[in-house]
Write a protein of this length. Sequence first.
Length: 257
Amino acid sequence: MDLNKNTYVFFFSTAMVLVVAALLSFTSIKLKPLQQKNIALENKQNILSSVGIYVSREEADLNYDKYITDSFVLDSDGQKTDIDISSIQLNKETKKPKKEQNMPLFISNINGSEKYIIPLRGTGLWGPIWGYISLDNDMNTVYGAVFDHKAETPGLGAEINRDFFEKPFNGKRIFDIEGDFVSIAVVKGGAKENDYHGVDGISGGTITSDGVTAMLKERLDKYLPYFENKMKENEVNDIMNFIEEDINLNDTINKLN
C-alpha cells in the first residue's frame, strides 16, 4: 500500500513539474517579443536622453526618428560597415579582441548641430553598468550622458543614474589641449575646479565610480579612428568651402569692375 502511494506521489509530482515547466516555457516564448520591444524602447529613450530629449518610454518611439538622423556600425579602423546596428550586443562585443569588435554609433541633429552618441558598457561593483554619452560636433566636448546599472548598491554606486552625477559630464572634454585623448575620470573626493576631464565621484561608491571611468576610457578609445577620419574630412571640407567663397568673392569684384 505504501509502495503504491509513493508511486502515485512520484508520478503526480513529475507530472506537475512537467506541466509547470511547459507553462513557464510557453509564457516565456509569448512574452519574449514584448520584452524585446520594451528593451528597444528603453534604449531609444536613453539615446534621446543623452542629447537632452527627455520623453517617456512610449513617446521615445515617436520622437526617435525626429532627432536621430543616422546610425551605423564601425569596424576597428573607424570605417562604416553594412552590419545591422540592431544586431549588435555590446556585452558580447566587449569580450572580443579589439580588432574584431564592432562599434555602434548614433548621429543626432539638435538645432542644426550634429551630436555623436556612443553606447557604453562596463563593470561596476556587483554587475554590469552601461549608458550613452554624446559628443558635440567638435567630437571632443560632451553634450550629455546617461548611465544605469543592474545591481549596484542603493544609495551608493546605484546613484550613477541620478541627475547630480550625470549632469556634470556636460561640457567636459575627452581630448586635452595638446589634442591627446585623456577621456573623463570620475574622481574620488571631487574633481578640481575647472577640470575639463574630471567629475566628482560618488561618496561610498568608489568601485562603481572607477568602473564608470574605465568604461568611458575603454569605449571612447574604440571610436578614435572614426573621429580622426571625420576631423580630417571636416578640415578638407572647410578648406574647400573657403576656396569656393574666395572664388565667389573674386567673381563679384570682377563683375563690379
